[in-house]
Design a binder for this molecule. Structure first.
Ligand SMILES: Cc1ncc(COP(=O)(O)O)c(C=O)c1O
Length: 386
């Protein structure tokens, strides 16, 4: 940098909030030699289920494997249909295909970015086995309204990838449907590097998922290892996978989970600050929160850039902000517009206008637990100057 040149502030879109505590936490499993699924995983599951007020939790390798495992436990297979929002991360639809079933897309609401409840009924057929409402960016989908428009045998799998700690009408994400799947990817509020969690209230669904997580084995490695019977090998009565989380990850997860409530509180404070400070910008609409109904977990602060009144297209705006050192991202993508799905099902972008509009016009601005007030003010100034 030349003398006198202004130093550009760099504000990343997300930074994991890790500290020396997580670093120290992995010492125990490292030194004990128990690295794969063991006591740390059990403790992490117990704390996670307690915090989300749900009966069971199973730690796995990612939210994608959590979603797959849950669908498999629900018995989703060839010939079945599963309803998924068209605006979500691709994994929500991919897992349906992993089961040999068919994803049926449903449009989303352009104010909440979540599944459009009014459109769900028209997607139900006699083949519909499940629906995957996504709690996008940490905002719970309107589960009661969804339950009211689907037949009682259709299972609800919450895609709670972004929603650790979120709640709806006083109930936590993870306890709202039949099963749920969470993500601990570094873009999420709490992380284990990669990682996920399956939750369920039903003990039979949980037990099936537990067996399938470990190759279909009837007993876990930990139980087998600690057994007094050296000849004890598990029986395998069904097809399973290896979706086990390591104890190293769970040790980190336990520390992160202990900070979740304070992370969310902080995110909530700054999200409110953004909303207040940015409300004068008419073309920038923050994700609509159903007041007094949902407790947003603010995994991301995503706005809709109204193309009818914005001074420039969203992508140009993202370029301008990038030049100022402010990272932004599209909220997520419209899965029906991705080449694989477009080609496979011959879907047109305009078949789901809400998802298409969200694909083109949503913009996540920086929000994470390492930002300072100066960082937030810099982002606000950057947006106001457009
Ligand atoms: C809505 C949604 N579902 C599923 C996933 C997949 O999560 P993972 O990366 O943990 O597999 C993501 C990841 O970003 C997501 O945002």
């Amino acid at each position: 940098m030349t003398q006198g040149a202004e130093k550009i502030r760099k504000i990343p879109i997300a930074v994991p909030a890790l500290s020396d505590e997580e670093w120290q936490a992995i010492r125990e499993p490292l030194l004990s030699g128990w690295l794969t699924q063991g006591p740390k995983v059990s403790a992490f599951e117990k704390e996670f289920s307690k915090l989300h007020n749900v009966n069971h939790a199973l730690a796995v390798t990612s939210c994608t494997t959590a979603l797959h495992l849950a669908l498999a436990a629900m018995g989703v297979g060839p010939g079945d249909e599963v309803i998924v929002p068209a605006f979500t991360w691709v994994a929500t639809a991919n897992v349906v295909l992993y089961c040999g079933a068919t994803p049926v897309f449903c449009d989303v609401d352009i104010t909440t970015f979540n599944i459009k409840v009014e459109d769900i009924a028209s997607k139900i057929t006699e083949r519909t086995k499940a629906i995957i409402p996504v709690h996008l960016f940490g905002l719970c989908a309107d589960i009661d309204a969804i339950r009211a428009v689907i037949p009682s045998h259709v299972k609800i799998l919450e895609d709670a990838a972004c929603a650790a700690g979120a709640s709806y009408k006083g109930r936590f994400a993870g306890s709202l449907g039949d099963m749920a799947a969470f993500s601990f990817h570094p873009r999420k509020s709490i992380t284990t590097g990669e990682g996920g969690m399956v939750t369920a209230n039903d003990k039979d669904l949980n037990r099936l998922a537990e067996i399938m997580r470990n190759h279909g084995a009837e007993i876990s490695e930990e139980v087998r290892h600690n057994s007094a019977k050296p000849y004890l090998l598990p029986d395998f009565k069904m097809l399973g996978f290896n979706y086990r989380m390591t104890d190293l990850q769970a040790a980190v997860g336990l520390v992160q989970l202990g900070k979740l409530q304070s992370f969310i509180k902080e995110r909530q404070t700054w999200a409110e600050y953004y909303t207040e400070q940015l409300k004068s910008i008419e073309w920038l609409k923050p994700q609509a929160v159903l007041k007094d109904i949902t407790q947003h977990a603010w995994q991301a602060y995503v706005c809709y850039v109204d193309p009818k009144i914005a001074p420039m297209p969203r992508n140009d705006m993202m370029d301008v902000l990038q030049q100022k050192g402010i990272a932004t991202r599209p909220g997520t993508h419209a899965v029906h517009m991705l080449t694989f799905y477009k080609d496979k099902y011959g879907i047109k972008a305009d078949d789901f206008p809400g998802a298409k509009a969200c694909d083109q016009n949503t913009m996540a601005i920086p929000l994470h637990n390492k930002m300072t007030k100066e960082d937030f003010d810099y982002v606000i100034e950057g947006l106001k100057s457009i």
